[in-house]
Design a protein around this ligand. Structure first.
Ligand code: KIV
Ligand code: ZN
Length: 408
């Protein structure tokens, strides 16, 4: 049986860029949009044109130069926003206007200061207005997961009838847990009479670290579009990380029999490009794309990986574009790993020599945490200097410990 296709809606350039420290110049946004195109995302949300002239210009540049994916622009439920989004998307081959309005009583009464009826009218009018620019209109009910359920069902039914083809129900403040999300989407899809005329979408924030788990729960409940970002960047704790979602489906088809158009071998490059443009390093232990995601330091782990990588790796580094497994030499490393790294560096090491190298590596690692290839080469050269006999070699190890302890 063919697996269901999940639409990947990338919002790195909109929700992601909204996060403090992640703003990008127009040329950087364009370069990243090209990279997202290569990665295979279905939709690129390129910005929020009413927010600033630069945002509008960035959306327009992406819409003119990136042709394969649908290019989306965000707009509040008001004519001025929608007209600006429509103008920015003008050059696109395929464009989407994404209109949103908050639907929870908390947001309606405290932030927007309007009634539910006014909210419903604005939503319907805006969807109709956006349809004048494009047939592809998405409606988002901000703070959907904390909204009154009956009211949410009414507004969803009304905007689908008005012409919204995608209904996005965000967990705006990352409050839900996976069982909530599953039940929420199942109930709403069962209750809204015209639900079958729209694609349902999830947009989960990571305030409790559950954005990816919640998005997967949404898929299990019939959602077929996921909004996500590279490296999980986004407002506050961020959005669901695209690379984690995609690889969860790729690694566990038995539980998650769904497909995406993502070419996973470009994930690492995309993550690195974003990090370079924003000057924000990727967290070392970040799943899939972090520096340590395929690094093995503990001796037992290194030994296992050298014998059969599947012992400690559930996916191959090259599947996500990481060049090769990294065996990090550190104080937990075993002799096998040290020997393998020496061999990779072109040294054939005899058993007696390996013991000496190993001791030098551990001593150095105690001081400077990890031992680089350069350190290892220096250790081997020092031990092999011709005038040394075995007594001197011990001395030389002490020397190395001091001499290289500060990364010399
Ligand atoms: O988190 C949110 O609710 C949003 C909407 C604008 C889609 O980003
Ligand atoms: Zn958001």
């Amino acid at each position: 049986m063919a697996s269901d296709r999940i639409v990947i809606f990338d919002t790195t350039l909109r929700d992601g860029e909204q996060a403090p420290g992640f703003s990008m110049r127009i040329d950087e946004k364009l370069a990243l949009a090209r990279q997202l195109d290569g990665l295979g995302v279905d939709i690129i949300e390129a910005g929020f044109p009413i927010a600033s002239d630069a945002d509008a210009e960035a959306v327009r540049r992406v819409a003119s130069e990136v042709r394969r994916p649908v290019i989306a622009a965000l707009a509040r439920c008001c004519a001025g926003d929608i007209d600006r989004a429509g103008w920015s998307l003008g050059p696109a081959d395929r464009s989407r206007i994404h209109v949103f309005i908050a639907t929870s009583d908390l947001h309606l009464s405290r932030k927007l200061r309007i009634t539910r009826e006014a909210c419903l009218d604005a939503a319907v009018e805006s969807v109709k207005h956006a349809r004048r620019y494009t047939d592809d209109v998405e409606f988002s009910a901000e703070d959907a997961t904390r909204s009154d359920f009956d009211f949410l069902c009414r507004i969803v039914e009304a905007v689908v009838a008005a012409g919204a083809g995608t209904i996005n129900l965000p967990d705006t403040v990352g409050y839900a847990v996976p069982s909530d999300i599953r039940e929420f989407f199942e109930r709403i899809r069962a209750r809204v009479p015209n639900a079958d005329r729209a694609i349902f979408s999830a947009h989960c924030h990571d305030d409790l670290g559950l954005a990816v788990a919640n998005s997967l729960a949404a898929i299990e409940a019939g959602v077929r579009q996921i909004e996500c970002t590279i490296n999980g960047i986004g407002e506050r704790a961020g959005n669901a990380a695209l690379e984690e979602l995609v690889m969860a489906m790729r690694v566990r088809p038995d539980r998650l029999p769904f497909e995406t158009g993502i070419r996973s071998e470009y994930l690492y490059a995309c993550s690195q490009a974003l990090s370079a443009f924003t000057n924000e390093p990727v967290q070392a232990n970040k799943a899939i794309v972090g520096r340590n995601a395929f690094a093995h330091e503990a001796g037992i782990h290194q030994d296992g990986v050298l014998k059969d990588r599947r012992t400690y790796e559930i996916m191959r580094p090259e599947d996500v574009g990481v060049p090769a497994t990294t065996l990090v030499l550190g104080k937990h490393s075993g002799r096998h790993a040290v020997q393998k790294r020496c061999e990779d560096l072109g040294f054939t090491v005899e058993r007696f020599e390996l013991d000496q190298i190993y001791r030098a590596v551990i001593t150095l690692a105690d001081e400077q945490k990890t031992v680089s290839d350069d350190d290892l080469v220096a250790i081997v050269h020092e031990l092999r200097r011709p005038h040394r006999d075995s007594t001197h070699t011990v001395v030389s190890i002490e020397h190395i410990e001091i001499g290289y302890g500060h990364g010399v």
